[in-house]
Ligand binder design. Structure first.
Ligand SMILES: NC(=O)c1ccc[n+]([C@@H]2O[C@H](COP(=O)([O-])OP(=O)(O)OC[C@H]3O[C@@H](n4cnc5c(N)ncnc54)[C@H](OP(=O)(O)O)[C@@H]3O)[C@@H](O)[C@H]2O)c1
Length: 165
């Protein structure tokens, strides 16, 4: 994947790329800031978005717990991707007006009276949506995209195994 060769892409980063491409969100030359350097989200999405490919050609900054001033970086982001696992870490004052905000986080912050988990993203959705040009909700954003890309990989693997690709 890092060499830009044909391969099965990790599902969550692939879902983010598809979402950007299908919503005609330009990434070429844009400042992309990724929060979180996990092997399944942060590192691969940062790498994919700097490659010469659709939804790529961005200038990418990758932040983590040792980053000195995270807000300094997030405020510069044309596209901000949060994958940290900290509920509502990204507040409105950390986001540039008109930014595109992708919230990967899925955090269980309590239970309903019926015992169902209450979910929150890594972004303070209600406040940040007032500034963002586009923003993904939690639940119902990157989660379903991840599942869809897993199905896509599965179908392609089956076709390859059957000699159809
Ligand atoms: N929607 C989906 O389909 C999907 C898929 C995968 C994950 N997720 C969710 O995404 C979130 C992240 O999961 P993950 O597996 O990618 O990561 P992870 O393994 O949980 O690691 C968290 C990353 O965030 C960084 N981080 C934590 N607090 C931070 C802070 N205050 N400022 C900056 N960076 C911070 C950590 O930095 P260090 O490396 O320095 O510790 C680490 O790199 C979780 O809520 C998870 O449930 C959702």
């Amino acid at each position: 994947m890092m060499l830009g060769e044909q391969c099965y892409l990790p599902c969550t980063p692939h879902g983010i790329l598809e979402l950007l491409e299908r919503n005609n969100i330009e990434t070429s030359g844009k400042e992309v800031v990724v929060l979180g350097r996990s092997n399944i989200v942060g590192k691969p999405i940062a790498n994919l978005m700097l490659q010469k490919r659709p939804s790529g050609n961005a200038t990418v900054t990758l932040c983590h717990t040792r980053t000195k001033d995270t807000a300094f970086h997030t405020k510069r982001a044309d596209i901000l991707i949060a994958a940290v696992g900290v509920p509502k870490l990204v507040t409105a004052d950390m986001v540039k007006e008109g930014a595109v905000v992708i919230d990967v986080g899925v955090n269980r912050i309590g239970k309903t009276a019926a015992g169902k988990s209450i979910l929150a993203g890594d972004v303070d959705f209600d406040a940040v949506k007032e500034k963002a040009a586009a923003i993904t909700p939690v639940p119902g954003g990157i989660g379903p995209m991840t599942i869809t890309m897993l199905m896509m990989n599965t179908v392609q693997a089956a076709k390859t195994a059957a000699g159809l690709l």
